[in-house]
Design a protein. Structure first.
Length: 301
């Protein structure tokens, strides 16, 4: 008798509104158990002290995770001046203090230096590896963590509000690999003081925005399948920026078997990545060589 696979075949994206205090991996586990899904992953880690959009891929959607990871992210954050902390957020120990509080004018003037392509040193408390070990494991043991600067992209950084002299609220739109904790730390230093993030919320990750996000309590209240399936975004949502090409069923079958599809006309330019579809059904991601389409990822939907 064949052994039954664990979990059900559930394919799609859950746009979770992750609460403060819950790590990304436990959040994925909770959602996977709710749906009884066989496979699950997420589209970009959120720190436990951060809230907001955590896209969770189920089933075939896990094949599209890299496209969300590479997509732009948007955050709102609060920078607390006067205290530097070991983790660059409110969780860590105070490592330095300052009485300097920048003016609104000084804040706005400093933002230009932190937009575009910039160099950034990641936080010591991060998941990056140093000689095979996670940086946060070394930092927790009190060991020195030496992380090299990395180039990141910040497309927008704007002061939203100044609740008081100790705090400033910002919005940032950035590319892959940007650490908002490092951004807050470096901005405070550039203003002649020290600081850390007292609040952080991700409002968008790739095509997924907070307006469409759902909380864990609301997911749990839906009960079981099929009600939960109504909360799923299609697998192809993660590929919205990639053009689609309609194929025949015969062509789709070739791609499903790992074979190329030859085109006599209207072929995408060489190197182009295209969504191959039959009707509204996603079949594969394919790469064009100018005359044929070769499957890069095939979907069982």
């Amino acid at each position: 008798m064949a052994r039954r696979a664990r979990g059900e075949k559930v394919d799609g994206w859950v746009i979770l509104d992750k609460p403060v205090g819950l790590g990304s991996t436990p959040a994925v586990g909770k959602v996977r158990r709710l749906f009884g899904a066989q496979k699950a992953g997420h589209g970009g880690t959120l720190d436990p002290l951060a809230s907001g959009v955590l896209p969770i891929a189920l089933g075939e959607a896990t094949k599209t995770v890299p496209f969300v990871m590479d997509g732009r992210k948007e955050y709102r954050f609060t920078l607390r001046f006067g205290e530097a902390r070991s983790t660059e957020d409110a969780e860590g120990e105070v490592t330095a203090v300052s009485d300097v509080r920048p003016t609104d004018e000084a804040l706005r003037a400093a933002l230009a230096a932190f937009t575009g392509d910039i160099e950034q040193v990641p936080p010591a408390f991060s998941a990056l590896k140093v000689e095979g070990q996670r940086a946060y494991d070394l930092a927790r043991r009190g060991e020195a963590v030496d992380l090299a600067p990395r180039r990141v992209r910040i497309d927008r950084l704007e002061l939203l509000a100044r609740p008081d002299l100790d705090h400033a609220d910002f919005v940032v739109v950035c590319g892959k690999g940007t650490y908002i904790r490092s951004l807050g730390r470096d901005l405070a230093v550039a203003l002649g003081t020290v600081g850390h993030l007292s609040a952080l919320r991700r409002t968008a990750a790739g095509p997924f925005r907070e307006e469409a996000a759902i909380s864990l309590p609301k997911l749990e209240a839906l009960g079981h399948i099929p009600a939960l399936l109504g909360a799923l975004a299609p697998v192809a949502t993660a590929l919205d920026d990639i053009p689609a090409l309609a194929l025949t069923e015969a062509q789709a079958d070739r791609l499903r078997h790992g074979q190329p599809v030859f085109l006599t006309r209207d072929a995408p330019p060489p190197g182009a990545l295209v969504r191959a579809e039959t009707g509204s059904r996603l079949v594969a991601l394919v790469e064009s060589d100018g005359a044929s389409l070769k499957p890069v990822r095939v979907f069982n939907l």
